[in-house]
Design a protein around this ligand. Structure first.
Ligand code: PEP
Ligand code: MG
Length: 344
């Protein structure tokens, strides 16, 4: 049993019935990229680009950005890299972009919202991503952080298309975005749930305050209900064949769109929740199609996913999401997943 639990991740995440769940890495630059390659990650589910901007007084030039992005893309030939555009503000202040005298920075001009005032920074970043993508012939997906409405999603996707980028989506980390996911899918090719912020905003509990950690818990049933809602919207969305260069999803139902409608659109999770092996099973049962995490967590998550079928994951998820408390949710999942005992 023990040795069975330690079978190394073989490069494809799947459940015991063969249902595939891509296991991807969260990275913040080239150094993390090497760790992700060593961990056999299937690609990158969250490339946090703000690390290229932080600690600077001025915006990096497009040329500098191109060279940084190329270095990361080159580490994943033939593999998907989901790049998040600049997420400045709140816990990630940036001298040239964010305002440090807002009364509530977590609720202020942060993430995508910085582009409402300083659009050119985002336009420049998208141009750099597109140049790097073409130079490396990379499978790059782009997403915006802190999207709150379907209008914002449409605006971002429009900017990406103008830059020539083929696969464009948004992060779902604000409850309003989770609740309106069906409308967001009208333009977004995919979404990725940022459960760190989604938990913070659902529970109204600052993620940086350790004293609120019981509230800041992705096992909170309210958070999981939002994940379930997004999973259902993803399954119902008409696929735009993300990854292959896509047309808008509101084009009147072309033959291509209807042929792939059954597959829905990708719904990822790239917050810390994806690195919790028991929660990973629940997320998949709620309709999540890809999981992105710190490279260190990939093996344990892969092991636990391999112990259940999709049917079982869905049964566990249904019980967990209906639990009255986070503690009950955890206990229910543990009771159904004896393999967790072997992980130590
Ligand atoms: C999240 O909010 O879950 C997320 C992945 O983004 P970050 O932690 O960088 O805010
Ligand atoms: Mg976030």
């Amino acid at each position: 049993r023990q040795s069975e639990a330690l079978v190394p991740f073989d490069g494809t995440g799947r459940l015991s019935d063969g249902h595939e769940v891509a296991l991807l890495a969260n990275i913040g630059g080239v150094k993390d990229a090497a760790a992700a390659v060593d961990a056999n990650a299937q690609g990158v589910g969250l490339f946090r680009t703000e690390f290229l901007f932080l600690g600077r007084d001025t915006e990096p030039s497009v040329e500098e950005q191109v060279s940084d992005y190329r270095a990361v893309f080159a580490a994943f030939p033939g593999k998907k890299v989901v790049l998040r555009t600049l997420d400045a503000g709140a816990d990630k202040p940036l001298a040239f972009l964010t305002n440090d005298d807002e009364p509530n920075p977590a609720l202020g001009i942060r993430g995508y919202r910085t582009s409402l005032e300083k659009r050119q920074v985002l336009v420049n970043q998208l141009r750099a991503i597109q140049t790097a993508r073409e130079a490396e012939n990379a499978d790059v997906w782009v997403m915006a952080p802190m999207i709150a409405t379907a209008d914002e999603a449409a605006d971002f996707v429009g900017l990406c298309r103008e830059a020539g980028l083929p696969t464009n989506g948004v992060m779902i980390e604000v409850p309003s975005a989770a609740l309106t996911a069906a409308h967001i899918f009208a333009t977004a090719d995919f979404v990725s749930l940022g459960t760190n912020d989604l938990t913070q905003y659902t529970m109204a509990a600052d993620r940086q305050l350790g004293s609120l950690s019981a509230l800041n818990d992705p096992w909170q049933p309210a958070v999981l209900q939002l994940v379930q809602h997004v999973g259902q919207a993803g399954r119902a969305a008409v696929s735009t064949e993300a990854g292959a260069g896509s047309a808008p999803g509101v084009d009147g139902g072309t033959a291509t769109a209807s042929a792939s409608a059954a597959t829905g659109k990708p719904v990822g999770v790239c917050g810390e929740a994806a690195a919790d092996p028991a929660l990973a099973v629940v997320l998949v049962g709620l309709g999540v199609t890809t999981l992105s995490m710190t490279s260190r967590a990939i093996q344990a998550v892969s092991t636990v996913l391999r112990s259940v079928t999709l049917d079982e994951a869905q049964t566990i998820a249904a019980a967990v999401v209906a639990a009255p408390t986070a503690a009950d949710a955890r206990r229910i999942a543990r009771e159904h997943l004896p393999i967790l005992e072997t992980l130590g």
